[in-house]
Write a protein that binds this ligand. Structure first.
Ligand code: AMP
Length: 190
């Protein structure tokens, strides 16, 4: 089983690269942002709870996220493993994920961290906002909040995996294909 965390700031290309990795390694995709957006579009209680946080660019509380991921893991076909995209975003989420996976006897193998300069992130998110319709991509203030939240609340997660010897920094600029090749190389050389 190959369990991967795809990590990086908003706009780093996690969604795009996840699609390619899923196809190549036959993994189950768990994107907490996508799961929240699905709940939101269905008008579920969970979606209503998450909406305020998402619209402002803040993190949804850990217990809500962890419960949702637990449900998703237990209802998924686990044959080849999972790719976690946008999760974990806090150290308590990373600890909870390790505990969940310990029960399955299938720890995280690698944490791939996409690194992209800040101005490039902002340019990409503004561009994405024009076509995605995502409320949180629509203005500079919200984009800046999300980048700040990433730096203050999410970056410590990198140390958590570094201490476990699982962190692989990956240069996240260049063509989609060249970034994908760097990710594959990191995974294949583990
Ligand atoms: P994303 O699509 O990953 O950029 O996530 C969109 C929004 O969903 C984030 O700005 C948060 O409000 C919320 N969200 C997604 N994943 C998480 C997470 N792991 N922890 C807390 N909030 C999350």
């Amino acid at each position: 089983m190959n369990n991967i965390v795809l990590f990086g700031p908003p706009g780093a290309g996690k969604g795009t690269q996840s699609e390619l990795l899923i196809n190549k390694y036959k993994l189950v995709h768990i994107s907490t942002g996508d799961l929240f957006r699905k709940h939101l579009s269905e008008g579920s209680e969970l979606g209503k709870l998450a909406q305020g946080y998402m619209d402002e660019g803040h993190l949804v509380p850990d217990e809500v996220v962890i419960g949702m991921v637990e449900d998703k893991i237990s209802s998924s076909n686990k044959s080849n493993g999972f790719i976690f995209d946008g999760f974990p975003r806090t150290v308590p989420q990373a600890i909870a994920l390790d505990n969940l996976l310990e029960n399955l006897n299938a720890p995280i193998n690698a944490m791939l961290m996409l690194e992209v300069p800040q101005q490039e992130l902002i340019d990409r998110l503004i561009l994405r906002g024009k076509s995605s319709g995502r409320a949180d991509d629509q203005n500079l203030e919200k984009i800046n909040t999300r980048i700040k939240v990433y730096e203050e609340e999410t970056l410590p997660v990198a140390n958590y995996y570094r201490e476990q010897g699982k962190l692989h920094p990956i240069e996240g600029i260049g063509s989609i294909q060249s970034i994908f090749e760097r990710l594959q190389k990191a995974l294949d050389n583990q």
